[in-house]
Design a protein around this ligand. Structure first.
Ligand SMILES: Nc1ncnc2c1ncn2[C@@H]1O[C@H](COP(=O)(O)OP(=O)(O)OP(=O)(O)O)[C@@H](O)[C@H]1O
Ligand SMILES: [Mg+2]
Length: 259
């Protein structure tokens, strides 16, 4: 077996606020292998965003170790792409230059990356929109632009924090298909955080199921379904996986399904 690309070992995060301490993440350990697609599902406030930010080096951890490759994470990481819940775009820049923002900030060669930006926009169905301004786009289109921006500098790791959260149900479905397509093509190591059990099962190789706060790992489930996975052709096993995750949430009091 090859070495994992990412390792979290007994990671804990306690937030110190003015009048209290909050244990947000408690003793979390998992590995992510290169080219793997991992999803984390868990109730609100269980520390999902905290885990993603610790991995990106944006928030410090209070115990344990986080490694990306052979480097311990101790400061903000530059060799990754992040997509947040709300598509943050600079209003005065057009679509293409919003995607190219990463290249400008990193002072990379624009002429080299522009064709890649164009290709990514085409991949997510935004060909012809390169010169539009953000206010001319729908919420779903803006989120697609942020996917392209997260990938344009070709990082080996893509972190997504509820990238579909602000979107309507149909657009969510379409963008999750886009993400599957991009992942199958580029095979970036990916970590998706979501509240949605079906989205996690649809996209991931393994799903990490979290307990309510303080966030611990309840179970790590392997999703053994062939790709491409299509929403209109979901096998029976899909429902079994989703049902099993629901049971975990019911057992921990997160979901009460009795009516
Ligand atoms: N900067 C902070 N200072 C203090 N407490 C924080 C801070 N950030 C998060 N927390 C607390 O840590 C816990 C976990 O927060 P986090 O944002 O990681 O949860 P989450 O699982 O992403 O939730 P959601 O699904 O609602 O986005 C919460 O109780 C939250 O109040
Ligand atoms: Mg969050």
């Amino acid at each position: 077996m090859t070495e994992p690309f990412i390792r979290l070992r007994n990671v804990e995060k306690t937030y110190l606020t003015k009048d209290s301490t909050i244990l947000a993440v408690d003793d979390v350990s998992f590995d992510i292998y290169e080219s793997e697609f991992i999803a984390i599902v868990g109730p609100s406030g269980c520390g999902k965003t905290t885990i993603l930010k610790m991995l990106a080096g944006l928030v410090s951890y209070t115990k344990g170790e986080i490694w990306i490759g052979d480097k311990r994470v101790t400061r903000p990481q530059t060799n990754l792409g992040i997509i947040f819940q709300d598509a943050v775009m600079l209003d005065w820049r057009d679509v293409l230059s919003n995607v190219m923002l990463q290249i400008d900030i990193r002072k990379l060669d624009k002429s080299k990356y522009r064709p890649r930006a164009m290709e990514l926009l085409k991949d997510v169905g935004l060909e012809g929109f390169e010169r539009k301004k953000p206010y001319e786009l729908s919420g779903g289109m803006r989120q697609r632009v942020s996917i392209c921006r997260a990938l344009v500098h070709d990082p080996p790791l893509l972190l997504m924090d509820e990238p579909f959260g602000a979107l309507d149900a149909l657009t969510r479905e379409q963008i999750s298909m886009d993400i599957q397509h991009l992942w199958m093509e580029k095979r970036k190591t990916a970590l998706l955080i979501t509240h949605s059990i079906p989205e996690a099962v649809l996209l991931a190789d393994r799903v990490i199921v979290m307990t309510p706060r303080p966030g611990r790992i309840a179970e790590i489930m392997e999703i053994d379904l062939p790709r491409p996975r299509r929403l209109d052709r979901l096998p029976e096993k899909f429902n079994e996986y989703a049902g099993h995750i629901r049971q975990i949430f019911q057992a921990s009091g997160v979901l009460a399904l009795d009516i």
